[in-house]
Design a protein around this ligand. Structure first.
Ligand code: GRG
Length: 309
């Protein structure tokens, strides 16, 4: 959930209440996600999938997807299955990232990690189950007023964002870079453009595609989301140093312990913060052409740099 003290740092804007907006959207997403996966036989796997999927989290990805669809003239109903799929995929990536073979973490979203509760074998399968179901969900649940051609485009974009050309590729280079103090800025950017920005981009772009965005607008959305994606990761790196485990809901200070090169380790905290702000300004500028309709996406972009968890 969005902490009130966090939002006070947002630029003043009397016409748009981001805290209320996020709260309302989070609630919509929670309900849709809860309904998306009923528990049937074999119960254990559905319980494990639901354990991580419904463990909280900011729901930033589905909210971005819904907000973009609305900005481009679509409705929440049109984008909700895609938005839920994004959160399923994000959650599966967190489950696998936390495994002993990867980051080996005990806590996530303030709770024990999936493998700590269900065991490694079920955690791997819960991730696999969420990944497969995400695609099925988009294909079968997207309402009829979204053309099948758009649904196909969403599925293709999603596959690309997740595979070796996206999250998986970013994770591979991240694993390779562990403990290497000579990791270059270029490699660091590669990791985060793929590990973090690719899924955020898919959320925004697919929200636009569902609503029928033109290819020119898709390019704009793509540039907006690549900028917020990198800014998001810079802030994530800063929070790993400055925030507590309680605020993060996961182990703090992990990057330093793992001797990982991060943005603050290259630039320092203040310079990193200022680079993140520059990226957010550029992201907001990309959407200027949409006028008032861009307010939610622009406010979410600012929230990314002001968040404390
Ligand atoms: C996608 C097929 C497939 C495999 C996964 C493990 C892996 C490959 C990739 C790792 C991806 C990863 C964990 C990236 C980090 C992204 C990130 C910054 C997560 C934190 O996001 P928040 O702060 O978390 O939005 P909440 O809990 O609020 O949703």
């Amino acid at each position: 959930m969005v902490a009130a003290d966090n939002l006070q740092k947002m630029p003043e804007d009397a016409t748009f209440n981001l805290a209320a907006y996020l709260k309302q959207r989070q609630k919509l997403c929670e309900t849709a996600l809860d309904q998306a996966i009923p528990i049937v036989y074999p119960e254990k796997i559905y319980e494990s999938m639901r354990y991580s999927l419904l463990a909280g989290g900011k729901r930033l990805r589905p909210i971005l997807c819904l907000a973009t669809c609305e900005m481009m003239g679509g409705t929440i109903e049109m984008a909700m299955p895609t938005a839920c799929a994004m959160e399923m995929i994000h959650t599966m990536s967190l489950i696998h990232d936390d495994l002993p073979a990867m980051d080996n973490d005990d806590y996530r979203r303030g709770k024990l990690t999936n493998h700590k509760v269900y065991g490694e074998n079920i955690a791997i399968l819960a991730g696999d189950g969420l990944l497969a179901y995400a695609f099925e969900f988009v294909a079968t649940q997207t309402p009829e007023n979204v053309s099948r051609d758009r649904v196909l485009q969403v599925i293709a974009r999603l596959g690309k964002a997740l595979g070796a050309a996206g999250l998986v590729g970013g994770q591979v280079v991240d694993l390779d870079s562990e403990g290497k103090s000579d990791t270059s800025l270029e490699t660091l950017n590669f990791i985060h453009n793929h590990k973090t920005a690719a899924l955020l981009e898919a959320c925004v772009v697919c929200g636009g595609i569902v609503a029928g965005a033109s290819s020119e607008d898709v390019q704009r959305l793509s540039r907006y989301s690549q900028n917020i994606g990198l800014a998001f990761q810079i802030i994530d790196d800063i929070l790993d140093i400055t925030a507590t485990q309680e605020q993060l809901g996961k182990t703090a200070g992990k990057d330093l312990k793992a001797k990982k090169v991060t943005y603050p380790s290259l630039w320092g905290i203040e310079e990193s913060r200022s680079k993140a702000q520059q990226l957010i300004a550029a992201a907001c500028q990309e959407l200027a052409t949409f006028g008032e309709l861009a307010k939610p996406l622009q406010a979410i972009a600012h929230y990314i740099t002001s968040r404390n968890h």
